[in-house]
Ligand binder design. Structure first.
Ligand SMILES: O=C[C@H](O)COP(=O)(O)O
Length: 247
């Protein structure tokens, strides 16, 4: 069974080679954290980060193409991420759904490609503010989960991240009850759909900071976080990793 707790950092389109010093600082402060730590940097930094981390943290991509190779200018195959040192790949982030028009069936196809390359797929779901205001959150999340989950998903090869679009990079977070409600729905749907659905890890993402991490990690069925802005600096991500280790 996969270790339960996962602190994942999504650097998005931020960072250069010099930024890898933040990982040195993180590991110097917490050489053996009590949870898995995953950093998903821009693709160009996957290989140098994996070499530098020497297995002490996990490294992931932020997207992959559904095909294993071919004429797809500018895209990256899951096999190439794996070859560079990645073990995970984030898929279906709301920024890719918005910026690149990714649909849930496309996310499922990418996740199947990730699994073929032996990558763990971190599949992101989340409602917009308008959808929440309209009372559609649970319906939207259920539909995204149903359509984004690939054939062959297991607790070992797939992680689900709930990221309300309106909480990403805004400093706003849902209430604990709102997070608990969505995670309970995800758990119920996963248990119904998969033999090991009770074990699949559910991350919360959206304005997770050192100040709110412990409170969020205490919520039922929150097995970790997908952290954006606060994953860029060891001074911010370190306390989040520590809070999850202690949860
Ligand atoms: O993938 C990470 C999420 O988009 C959260 O980003 P944030 O922590 O900057 O709000």
């Amino acid at each position: 069974m996969a270790p339960r707790k996962l602190a994942a950092g999504n650097w998005k389109m931020n960072g250069t080679l010099a930024s890898l010093a933040e990982i040195d600082a993180l590991l110097a402060d917490q050489p053996a954290p009590g949870c898995e730590v995953l950093i998903c940097p821009p693709a160009l930094l996957i290989h140098p980060l994996a070499q530098r981390a020497e297995g002490r943290i996990l490294v992931g991509g932020q997207d992959c193409h559904p095909a294993a190779s071919g004429a797809h200018t500018g895209d990256l195959a899951a096999e190439q991420l794996r070859d560079a040192g990645a073990s995970h790949v984030i898929l279906g982030h709301s920024e890719r759904r918005a910026d690149h028009g990714e649909t849930s069936p496309q996310v499922a196809a990418k996740a199947e490609a990730a699994h073929r390359a032996r990558l763990v797929a971190v599949i992101c779901l989340g409602e917009t503010e308008a959808q929440r205001d309209a009372g559609e959150t649970l319906e939207i999340i259920a539909a995204q989960l149903r359509d984004s989950l690939p054939q062959g998903a297991t607790a070992a090869n797939t992680v689900i991240a709930y990221e309300p679009v309106w909480a990403i990079g805004t400093g706003r977070t849902p209430t604990n009850d709102q997070i608990a409600e969505v995670h309970a729905l995800l758990r119920e749907k996963l248990v119904a759909a998969l033999a090991d659905g009770a074990e699949m890890r559910l991350l919360y993402g959206g304005s997770v900071k050192p100040a709110n991490a412990a409170e969020i990690f205490a919520i039922a069925d929150v097995d970790g976080a997908l952290v954006g802005g606060a994953s860029l600096k060891a001074a911010d991500f370190g306390p989040i990793v520590a809070a999850l280790s202690a949860a």
